[in-house]
Design a protein around this ligand. Structure first.
Ligand code: NAD
Length: 363
């Protein structure tokens, strides 16, 4: 990566923290990069996840809200920011079913305020720097709705969101597009599939199953477990974002997926097998099988059947390839959680006890 100051929003969350760490520590050109990390530290933001860069002078952490335009404007100006990478979001579909307002506020209003701040910032820059500025918006394949048993989402797929989360991300995608078309702000949008890897908050399927399994608790699968997701290892996603920043064309969108389609039940079984191999049950549970903990629970309302991405455009135009196969990525993920028990214990002591979220009120 060329010398750059990035404003990363939501960089204490799952993907954001992995992006900040890999961009500053291991990515090509990492030594010439500086990151200002703006995060509100909601329940999903975790300063512990930033431990590898906490003493690095090239990482400046600011606790704040993307909705707060004066704060964003001051950061853009004071740090002479060259690019914004917008991860900040309310990101959990189940929570969007019970509390949709927060999703509209951060995902829609927050993205709008960021865009406005960037529009004012680039208007003050010399033409060359304004043209080189990038606003990279990290979005999801959930904006496209559900697929049937065949076919793939591409950049041409229509937005047909089904959950309040997906609708709020879709609204943000439209604003980002409009700021390119109307004001010429150099925006790029990436729409990716389900990420997995280290530092993911345990309300999401993979860390939830992993931590429950290690404690001998039931492994909940929604409905019949036949919903299909296309799993993307988080480091592969972070590579794609860096490439999109360097090589992506303003005004374009890029669909990023791991070409790893699995039903939820197959995913949980595979995760159980990986754990059985690297951390077999011990003590009073020695000799038991993690697979026997699988338990089917009522489905999520409006649960999309299948997501799958054709990432040909990103592969062709950005030169990107997912480097991790699914079992390889799962092994790395499980090993990280096993080696970072303090991170897990501190999360467990916090606000979320891995209870079921997002069921409709029966009234
Ligand atoms: P996350 O929930 O783990 O992290 C979100 C981060 O944003 C947290 O650190 C939180 O404190 C911060 N945040 C929330 N509201 C904020 C606000 N108003 N101002 C500043 N910071 C705020 O999410 P994630 O899984 O890392 O997802 C990151 C982005 O990627 C999101 O935009 C999400 O929609 C998108 N995405 C995620 C996935 C996935 O599988 N995790 C898939 C597709 C797209």
């Amino acid at each position: 990566m060329q010398r750059r100051t990035l404003l990363v929003t939501g960089g204490a969350g799952f993907i954001g923290s992995n992006f900040v760490i890999s961009t500053l520590v291991s990515a090509p050109g990492s030594q010439s990069c500086r990151i200002v990390n703006l995060d509100k530290l909601t329940y999903a933001g975790n300063p512990d996840s930033l431990a590898p860069v906490s003493a690095d002078p090239r990482h400046v952490f600011v606790q704040g809200d993307i909705v707060d335009r004066p704060v964003v404007a001051a950061l853009l100006r004071d740090f002479e920011v060259d690019a914004v990478v917008n991860f900040a979001a309310e990101s959990h579909v189940d929570r969007s079913i019970s509390s949709p307002r927060d999703f509209v506020q951060t995902n829609v209003v927050g993205t709008f305020e960021l865009l406005e701040a960037c529009r004012a910032h680039t208007a003050r820059l010399p033409a060359e720097r304004a043209g080189a500025f990038r606003f990279l918006h990290v979005s999801t394949d959930e904006v496209y709705g559900a697929l049937g048993e065949a076919g793939y989402f591409t950049e041409e797929s229509a937005h047909r969101p089904n959950s309040p989360y997906a609708a709020s991300k879709a609204a943000a995608d439209h604003l980002v597009r409009a700021y390119f078309k109307t004001y010429g702000l150099p925006t790029i949008t990436t729409n990716c599939s389900n990420n997995y890897g280290p530092r993911q908050f345990p309300e999401k399927l993979i860390p939830l199953v992993l931590l429950n399994a290690l404690e001998g608790k039931p492994l909940p699968i929604y409905g019949k477990g036949l919903n299909v997701r296309d799993w993307l290892y988080v480091d592969d996603h972070c590579d794609a974002i860096r490439l999109a920043l360097e090589r992506g064309r303003p005004g374009e969108t890029y669909a990023i997926g791991g070409r790893n389609e699995l039903t939820n039940v197959a995913l949980v079984e595979t995760l159980c097998d990986v754990l059985q191999e690297i951390a077999p049950p011990s003590g009073p549970r020695a000799g038991t099988r993690y697979r026997d903990l699988i338990s089917f629970v009522p489905d999520r309302p409006g649960h999309d059947l299948r997501y799958a991405i054709d990432a040909s455009k990103a592969e062709r135009e950005l030169g990107w390839r997912a480097r991790h196969g699914f079992v390889d990525g799962l092994r790395k993920t499980a090993s990280w959680y096993l080696e970072n028990r303090t991170w897990c214990e501190r999360i467990a002591a916090g606000v979320y006890g891995r209870e079921r979220l997002g069921l409709l009120d029966p009234r």
